[in-house]
Design a protein around this ligand. Sequence first.
Ligand SMILES: [Zn+2]
Length: 273
Amino acid sequence: MRFLQPVRISGLVLRETPFGESDKMMTVLTAERGRISVFARGARRLKSDFFVATQLFCYTEFVLVQSSEKYYIRECSLKESFYSVRNTLEGLALASYIADVAADESTEECEHAELLRLTLNCLWTICEKKKPLPQIKAVFELRSAAYAGFMPDLVGCAGCGNYNFPVYYIDIPDGTFRCEECFRKNAANMELYAARENEAEGIYCDAHLIVPVSPDVFIAMRYAVYSKPERIFAFELSPDALDDFAAVCEKYLLCHMERGFKTLDFYHSVAEK
Ligand SMILES: [Zn+2]
């Protein structure tokens, strides 16, 4: 087996799978190489030098050697464990969901500095306990979807171009919004189109999920997408607005990822009790 030069790289442990008697396989998110698979030999032994820094959610500096598509640890040292996400079951459930989505959205051997920064920022904010978990979750969902190539256009109404309205109709699959007037005009056009399709094919396909939101929720969405990375959580919402914000951001992410997440189901099962 021929090894390449060792690389020094920092990464966040997003997933771990036990392997053999004491080894484990990890999915690690890095800024420079995106998602990588790292094999940690003996890391499940308490006495292993790798034990501490290879736990789930650890942000660790690794020295790795690459062989075929895997990396093997030569050295590692812990930078941040984010251990406090485990202080509450809801916090742990949210951290697990965020790690799951980050693993799904990232690609191998691609630069992912923004997604890594966002994910670290979310874990940090869960530990800090200064922001409601639904707010952290929603910001992560919308912003990470934007990083994954599904940037919504929240600048102006898709019909008239204006942006100051009492209600905003968010077109989830399109990632656009309309004011009430333009929404009604457009809905009428879509119905006509659907009716014509019906006649031709006998199928009514309503692919457009449209969610009306209040100005507060709309401003929060713009904030999550457009603010500087260090400011993404610097806003507050009333409990009702936060519920709506959480709902629309979750729909947005799931629609564009085209899948559900077991970790999300688990989060809901513990967060809504
Ligand atoms: Zn309009």
